[in-house]
Design a protein around this ligand. Structure first.
Ligand SMILES: [Zn+2]
Length: 126
């Protein structure tokens, strides 16, 4: 309102109505990521498996990135304004960059902390 009419490069995809619109899918992926993380963590508690533990930790990334994707989609749907005359859909690229960075962080964390808990594969000689 009051903003000058500016060119909007448009959304990269057409809006879709109904259950399968992108916002609902993003919400569902948050729920699925939470459920998977919970299942892996319970499986770790039951089995004591370090592999399941590191997998559960990595699932935190899936939850965070699913939330980031949902936020980015909401921001991306906003119409062009004075500060962003070409629209906001590039917010989704930031979400993709965040996901890549978090995957790297998770990988390093699994190597550092998972390795510390692992039994040595070979017994020391002496
Ligand atoms: Zn804006």
């Amino acid at each position: 309102m009051g903003a000058p009419q500016t060119p909007d490069a448009g959304s990269p995809r057409p809006a879709r109505a109904g259950l399968l619109n992108v916002r609902n899918v993003a919400l569902a992926s948050i729920a699925v990521a939470l459920a998977v993380m919970g299942i892996k963590y319970v499986a770790y508690l039951v089995t004591g498996s370090v592999a399941l533990y590191s997998d559960a930790l990595e699932s935190i990334v899936n939850v965070l990135t699913a939330i980031a994707a949902f936020v980015a989609i909401r921001v991306g749907e906003k119409p062009a304004d004075a500060n962003h005359p070409f629209g906001h859909h590039k917010a989704e690229y930031l979400s993709a960059v965040l996901e890549g960075a978090l995957i790297i962080v998770a990988g390093v964390a699994v190597i550092v902390f998972g390795g510390a808990e692992a039994e040595p594969l070979v017994e020391p000689l002496a």
